[in-house]
Design a protein. Sequence first.
Length: 303
Amino acid sequence: MGICNKVAGVLAPILLASFLLKDAESIKAKLLVLTNPLEHSQLLDELAHRMIVPYLLMALFLALMVLLVRFAHLPEIKTEEQANEKTTTSHNSIFKHPNLLLGVLALFFYVGVEVIAGDTIIRYGESLNIAMSSAKYFTSIMLIFMVIGYFFGVALIPKVISQKNALIVCSSLGIMLTIAAVSCSTSSVLNIPFIDLTTFKGVELTIPYTVLFVAMLGLANSLVWPAIWPLALNGVGKFTKLGSALLIMAIAGGATLPLLYGWLTQILHSTQQAYWIAILCYLVILYYAVLGHKVKVVKSHNG
């Protein structure tokens, strides 16, 4: 599921950018020379209107999926069945499972750092004077690294490496890549061959090394989600459904932490140095991988 999700994520930015922003450079040039506010606004409106049809098509597709799910045979998982499993717990409160609650926190920071990396990388490239013809591919490159990580996960977990150790490796890699991204010279660039999926012609992308390190965070992020889930739900028994719901709610990190990144860019006056926030995210994940998932409630003398 993760592989399918991210493959779609690779294709969508390239296809949408190719169709909707094919003349982005000329539009930017016009916006810079236009002095009439009305013409400026009309040009932006024209650009915005291009998004209407694609999003209407996506809405129709989602509506179709709702109907398919509605009539599909998806049997309810009964809590009573879980009570007979080995993972049954005697605790009568979900708050007696700190490994779950800390897992929710770790997942909050994970989704936050994933969205920061994926949603800011194009704008970051543009801030370094990289043309949109190259920058539009940066999110897709990050997701390609993530898909590569997924394949490694399918092949290695749990036969070769456990979820815990995978989480340690990924969070440590994330810290190292972030340090490289904020420390690397913004003037050092790499030219790499790529394929335009709309024309199937080869193109040459210009990508600064600092942007490449941000893109490689996709590799560091790839195994975090599937590693946190089993560690967080371990031993929660009858609270598995509620625990899963809390873990899903942790996706809110993707709506919160990118705002902090934006705030840091203003405070530090640097889109590059603002990526230090990713270090905090990976440290939280590393703590959970090493210690957090082991935390248990200490029983009182009264039981």
